[in-house]
Design a binder for this molecule. Sequence first.
Ligand code: 6PG
Length: 249
Amino acid sequence: MSMIRTYADARALAEAAATHVVECARKAIADRGRFALALSGGSTPRLLYERLASRDFADRIDWPQVHVFWGDERAVPPDHADSNYRMARETLLAQVPIPQKNIHPINGEAAPTTAAAEYEALLRQFFMTGRKPPDAPGRARFDLVLLGMGEDGHTASLFPGAPVITEGRQWVAAYRVEKLDAWRITLTPAVLNAALEVVFLVSGAEKARRLQQVLYGPYQPRVLPAQIVRPERGRVLWMVDDAATGRSG
Ligand code: 6PG
């Protein structure tokens, strides 16, 4: 079940998303003693991460109970300009009292297939411990997964035509994205669709046409990978600005 909430602009979207993350964190920590969060890469979440690090929000989250993971990573070192880890560290993680041991980056420096295998092992170890949500045996049940959507309808690093789009067994995959001529490591739909909640953050007029296709067009996830995200027991919330809906000032 998808819900769509629209906001006037990117700032209003980030503000609402920060409030939502605080609420998700509080509920997860109250129910299960921890908040397992998967961060999105790309540029859209930057404003959200900065808001979460600000005085208005930072002390509303019990950071020592938060565990941060990534939905995908580029095969680059952690200090590389393209690193999703670097962006999150600079805008958020270096500004809040989250223990280093609770930050679980994908290893962008290792051979991508090795990094994917290592990350999958980490996820399996993490989700087999701790108080589980109901019916979670053997699943990577994130409390919240943040995702973006590219102009081509990709999400995380599930790009159009990639075999990983229909991967139901592996939790983490690595492959070379032809159009980018670059390797990516990504959570697969097996993990994304086990989440208790997925929030897509979409901003900008350049996304409007594709967003309409993803939300209201025929179901064709190999063409529009964002459509593959349909959590079995969780919900999908689309938080989008007016420009991304085709309405702009
Ligand atoms: C990445 C993201 C990717 C991103 C979309 C949207 O690593 O780039 O995982 O899926 O969310 O490409 O990116 P923007 O927010 O920059 O438009």
